[in-house]
Design a protein around this ligand. Structure first.
Ligand code: ATP
Ligand code: MG
Length: 253
């Protein structure tokens, strides 16, 4: 479980997170919705402390990390796999090297064991046989799947997915959604998915939070998302897809 209490983060005069409080329950998928620029990626980076925390409290698996130093954060970060917005693979490394990287850096596993894990994860993300390719030779959807394999390789307790389907065609996006669900089922990870893709959100999410003006303006389940009286959330949904279609989608799930 991850608990956020009144998280604040500014860049100079720009106040991005203005008091985010949210509980991310264990073994479930929590979706964070919000308009472009509202601070979703910043929130994930602050939890990982890739960005500093100005104010508030962050508790990860019962450990208060709010005042942790860089070195104290290292073991916490290893528990969290992150699928960065835009995949963020190392372009000069092969797929094998990219996926193996967290283990080569941080584990004492033998090269045989690392290889076994890399190969089995590439099968899991349905990309067998691409280990010697460079990222430049892969499509956007393939890169996301390689990034997912890399996020999973150290067997993290938590996975953060930042816009996993943005920029993908609907069929590729639905493959990624299915992989997120399969990861959830097979590894039982506690997941946070940041997205503005409502179909993706409703496919993978157990709980939903909507960010607006630096705060959580709504939290609840999928039905609650459609019936909430938060005007900004209703506008956000209306821009994504007609409500009837989302309702039918939910009914048919
Ligand atoms: N390292 C940084 N330094 C200064 N400003 C930043 C930094 N990172 C993010 N910001 C600013 O914080 C705001 C929130 O950015 P963020 O990337 O979290 O948005 P987002 O909700 O993830 O948007 P999107 O849906 O487009 O990915 C933006 O105005 C952005 O310019
Ligand atoms: Mg973002």
């Amino acid at each position: 479980m991850i608990e956020l209490f009144d998280i604040k983060k500014s860049f100079g005069a720009q106040r991005v997170l203005q008091g985010i409080s949210l509980t991310i329950p264990k073994g479930k998928t929590t979706v964070v919705l919000g308009r472009s620029g509202c601070g979703k990626s910043v929130l994930l980076k602050v939890i990982l402390r890739l960005l500093s925390l100005d104010e508030g409290k962050i508790v990860i698996g019962g450990v208060d990390t709010s005042n942790f130093s860089e070195s104290e954060m290292m073991p916490i970060r290893r528990k969290i796999g992150m699928l960065f917005q835009g995949a963020a693979l190392f372009d000069s490394m092969t797929v094998w090297q990219n996926v193996a990287f967290p283990l080569i850096e941080h584990s004492k596993l033998s090269i045989e064991e690392i290889n076994r894990r890399v190969i089995s994860l590439l099968e899991f993300v349905e990309l067998p046989g691409v280990e010697d390719k460079l990222p430049g030779a892969l499509s956007g959807g393939m890169k996301k799947r390689v990034a997912l394999a890399r996020a999973l390789v150290a067997q993290p307790e938590y996975i953060f997915y930042d816009e996993p389907t943005t920029g993908l065609d609907p069929i590729t996006a639905s493959k990624i959604n299915l992989l997120i669900k399969k990861t959830q089922r097979e590894y039982g990870t506690t997941s946070v998915v940041v997205t503005h893709d409502m179909v993706s959100a409703f496919t993978v999410g157990d709980f939903f939070a909507f960010m607006h003006d630096g705060k959580i303006a709504f939290k609840g389940n999928s039905r609650g998302v459609l019936t909430s009286d938060v005007a900004e959330l209703q506008d956000f949904i209306a821009d994504a897809a007609p409500k009837e279609i989302l309702q039918q989608f939910l009914d048919g799930r």
